[in-house]
Design a protein. Sequence first.
Length: 260
Amino acid sequence: MFNNNQFSDLFNKEKFLIIKKFFNDPEVSFINKIKDQIYNDNFERIENTRFVIKSFDNEILSLAKNKKIVDLVKILLMHQDLSLYMGRILIKDEKSNANITPHQDVAYFHGTPNKLNIFIFITGNSLKNGGLSFAPNTSKYGLMPQGNIPVENFQYNYLCPNLNNNDIIVSDFYTWHWSNKIINSGHKRIIIQLTFQSSECGSYSDLFSINRPVLISGEWKTKNFFSLKESQPSNKDNTPQISDKNLPNIDEIKYTISYL
Ligand SMILES: O=C(O)CCC(=O)C(=O)O
Ligand SMILES: [Fe+2]
């Protein structure tokens, strides 16, 4: 059994950690129930995407509140007060079997970039089954533009670990990852992604499951909540105008000191 320091020392080296046999049998049964429901719903998803349509709010919330997960996130994010930024289910099957090109999640979301991803592999993970590949230690390159990261221009190593449904992967929000097409015919791949952050940040993703701010541990350390949808770019010229009577009138004195 690992202690807290070993977890964080290992993670902090390359911001990537595989934890084998994380879930016990009852937890695996719980995960398998989600799988059964997805099969029952015939893998219904948001049109032409890899995202499951049904929200699975309760299931995702109870996984995100699993004591072992919360304790792990507290150690790795070094925060006691945590919220769930995003929870979603990622499907790959014959209907959506594209390569997911190299990217980092941080470029596509909002709020604090200091987020932590936990991936749960309901149907395991392997190269031939459209599993996730990761390039540990790529957070060192920081924020990259959106789109396919030009991996050919960089030094990196990657792996697509063979995992079971009781194993998890933890990575920071900068770590490059991607996935290949399913090669084993008939295979259906289901992955749960949970994204945590300090509750000092009131950002939350409202594109998938859990479309609201959710406190996971401790207390809220902010009063400002703002969703991903309402943070999308405006497509009009919305530059605040001098003539705008609603312009907030802040006294500049508040921000001013004299250097001399
Ligand atoms: O579903 C996949 O294979 C990868 C998905 C992913 O990394 C993403 O949507 O950010
Ligand atoms: Fe991703």
